[in-house]
Design a protein. Structure first.
Ligand code: SAH
Length: 349
């Protein structure tokens, strides 16, 4: 049994894919196999990206949201969420600070906030790209039309993060309201890639109603979609949501999935997410050791950080958060890697 399992890790390394059944076997593998998966994934990360860990400055510019995703703390129907929007100047100040810290990628993330219409988003993109032409700009602002995505791209946005959340339609419908469709989520991802964005998809590990079969479908979807980036992190419950009593996603499974994704798509960009670091004090380090090669510290003003609470107990929201860069440098060094301040484009082209 043991050797068969380890063979599966070797097979994944050699063939860069597995069947649905083999994948679900790996999710439940013994610790020896988990360690084999991890070390193969680390080796593949090093072969493709060396010891470089890319850093992205995350700017959470609005927590208003017209959607009502059942798992998310900033969902429309959460009356306890104190809403905020950053002004144009505040967003630019975040970039100035990030640039001085050495960041060469900015990620603009928000709820789906109609206040920022296409003209306003274009104005922000144009301003950031003309002030900092050496930086990459990533958007993570949800579902839009093809034409909106195209306008943002033509203004200079380089990358777009839109997690598919789950590749199983029935599961998707259990996590979202009727106004949201699986088909539209996937349409968005295809449009983004077709327009020319470096595109990121992803999902939560341990979300309500998720089965091993759903996870295997996620991985096969990702393999087939062949994105430039994949964001995965554990589900973490939020006290003001329908899923407040649902347990958090497991750390070990998240790490295994990071390794599997690294082996399926050797050149993909793979963040060690804040969610992983929130449920495990060494989450970032463990994520990197499992094959991740990106970290995304928060650049939002300290005054608003606690308000962008998509799940409970999110880290780096207190006064100490100005020190995030130093703290990350040390963490990354402790696992034999180094933070680099280049744009950090994906090699998965
Ligand atoms: N509105 C944007 C950004 C959403 S927040 C969009 O739709 O893309 C970014 C990601 O956080 C989501 O895609 C989701 O996967 C994750 N997230 C939301 N709630 C979460 C929770 N309770 N636990 C863990 N991750 C969560």
């Amino acid at each position: 049994m043991c050797s068969t399992m380890t063979d599966l890790a070797e097979k994944l390394y050699k063939e860069q894919t597995l069947s649905k059944r083999e994948l679900t076997e790996l999710f439940n593998c013994d610790t020896d196999t988990a360690e084999r998966l991890r070390s193969l994934a680390e080796k593949v990360r090093i072969e493709n990206y060396g010891c470089d860990i890319y850093v992205r400055g995350l700017i959470e510019f609005s927590n208003y949201c017209k959607r009502d995703c059942l798992y998310c703390g900033i969902r429309r129907s959460n009356q306890n969420c104190e809403r905020y929007r950053l002004s144009f100047d505040e967003i630019m100040e975040c970039c100035d600070e990030g640039y001085n810290l050495g960041f060469r990628t900015f990620v603009l993330q928000s709820g789906e906030d109609p206040y920022y219409d296409d003209d306003k988003i274009c104005e922000i993109i144009t301003a950031i790209k003309s002030k900092y032409p050496d930086c990459a700009l990533t958007l993570s602002i949800g579902e839009k039309s093809y034409d909106s995505y195209k306008r943002f791209y033509d203004c200079g946005a380089d990358r777009y993060l839109l997690r598919h959340e789950t590749a199983n339609k029935a599961h998707y419908e259990k996590l979202h309201t009727k106004s949201q469709s699986f088909e539209n989520r996937i349409r968005c991802l295809k449009d983004l890639k077709q327009i020319g964005y470096q595109t990121g998809c992803g999902f939560m590990v341990g979300s309500p109603y998720q089965t091993d079969e759903c996870l295997a479908e996620d991985l096969l979807f990702i393999k087939d979609f062949n994105p430039h980036m994949v964001g995965i992190g554990p589900f973490i419950s939020h006290k003001d949501t329908v899923f407040k009593d649902h347990p958090n996603g497991p750390v070990e499974l998240t790490l295994k999935l990071l390794s599997i994704i690294r082996l399926m798509l050797p050149k993909v960009l793979l963040p060690a997410t804040t969610a992983l670091a929130t449920i495990d004090p060494r989450g970032r380090e463990k994520g990197i050791m499992a094959g991740a090669n990106v970290v995304m510290p928060n650049l939002s003003p300290v005054s608003v950080r606690k308000k962008y609470q998509i799940y409970d107990n999110k880290i780096c929201t207190g006064d100490e958060s100005a020190m995030c860069k130093n703290c990350l440098d040390l963490r990354v060094k402790s696992v034999g890697c180094k933070i680099v301040t280049s744009r950090g484009d994906s090699k998965n082209v």
